[in-house]
Write a protein that binds this ligand. Structure first.
Ligand SMILES: O=C(O)c1ccccc1NCC(=O)[C@H](O)[C@H](O)COP(=O)(O)O
Length: 217
């Protein structure tokens, strides 16, 4: 993605993972961490509105979103919240994407699509294996059973796929290279693996994670 171009749904559809891995850093709460992730080359930055030690309110998210250049996708993360709340908070924050991480049905995706946001479906890796596109999402994020817990799952079980899917769950600067080599994902997502304690990010870890992920492509 050329710097300065908006990272919208068309850009996600045109993305070539062979030339650039999609890297998302989630659960950001401070200006320092947002600036670090942008400078280190993150493609997407997540703000958690779900119940979590990383939860932000709409005012905080809006202030942080305003710092982010348009070539970086801003993502609001929800889990089992009402559609009204999802729409109100994502619109108040001014994000470019919504990530639904619970048991939200197809109706959420169909209605949110009209809001012209990129749609990311967060799903635990389990049988039956979640399939990309089943909800009409733009990206599928395959995760551990508890999102944001920093626990890896057996990525190699998934094999690899050319779908637009993000590998998440227990990734760190130390294991992301091996995980990418094993699964060849469209992109990767991290939260706990770049924290010094739950909910508190470490700028050095954010930078090393992005560097280690990019070294694989
Ligand atoms: O991060 C959270 O606390 C969270 C809470 C509720 C729903 C989703 C949440 N995070 C979603 C993410 O995209 C995380 O980055 C993803 O689960 C990976 O987390 P981690 O294993 O800590 O790297």
């Amino acid at each position: 993605m050329a710097i300065g171009h908006p990272l919208d749904r068309a850009a996600v559809n045109d993305w070539n993972p062979l030339t650039s891995l999609f890297v998302k850093v989630c659960g950001l709460r401070t200006e320092r961490d947002v600036d670090t992730a942008v400078e280190a080359g993150a493609d997407a930055i997540g703000f958690v509105f779900a119940e979590s030690p990383r939860q932000v309110d709409a005012d905080t998210a809006r202030r942080l979103v305003r710092r982010v250049p348009e070539h970086v996708l801003t993502v609001a993360v929800f889990r089992n919240q009402s559609l009204g709340e999802v729409r109100a908070l994502s619109s108040a924050a001014g994000v470019g994407a919504v990530q639904l991480h619970g048991s939200e049905g197809r109706d959420y995706y169909d209605i949110l699509r009209q809001d012209d946001v990129v749609l990311i479906r967060g799903a635990a890796f389990r049988e039956p294996i979640p399939q990309y596109g089943d909800m009409g999402e733009d990206m599928l994020l395959l995760d551990a059973p508890t999102p944001g817990a920093g626990v890896p799952w057996n990525w190699a079980q998934f094999g690899s796929s050319t779908d637009k899917w993000l590998l998440a769950g227990g990734l760190t600067p130390d294991n992301v290279g091996e995980a990418i080599a094993a699964t060849k994902p469209f992109g990767v997502d991290v939260s706990s693996g770049v924290e010094v304690s739950r909910g508190v990010k470490d700028p050095a870890l954010i930078t090393s994670f992005i560097k280690a992920a990019r070294a694989q492509v």
